[in-house]
Design a protein around this ligand. Sequence first.
Ligand code: DQA
Length: 148
Amino acid sequence: AKILVLHGPNLNLLGAREPQIYGRETLADINRQLAEQAQAAGHELAWCQSNAEHELVGRVHQGRDDQTAMILINAGAFTHTSIALRDALAAVAIPFIEVHLSNVFAREPFRHHSYLSDIAVGVICGFGGDSYRLALEAAIQRLRASAP
Ligand code: DQA
């Protein structure tokens, strides 16, 4: 099945950006590992990073046309602001897992609210780059459980 990984604003700077919070792994490192992990389980992984809300919304819409079965999304700061991204995910009705590298609940209060969590399959946060790998593992399990 097709799995889409969406990375929101500033995640292109991973590795260099506040490494004490987000770690030293780059986005390329993370994407490469996720692609291998997906392939090993017989799935196809696509990824997209954008700093622009409308591009992320557009990529979510595209997921409906290309039969994306599951989305992993780290919406970055849009997590805490974007009703548009929430509405897009609800509109396409593709199951998604919300991912964060940092433990957002151990940080500033404005990071404690997410516009996505209540409509997500689940949320994984606080494990650095492993948050994505754990989320992909959960996605693979879920796809297996729902396979015809
Ligand atoms: C983040 C947490 C957000 O609060 C922040 O705006 C980010 C990254 C994370 O992965 O920990 O850009 O989503």
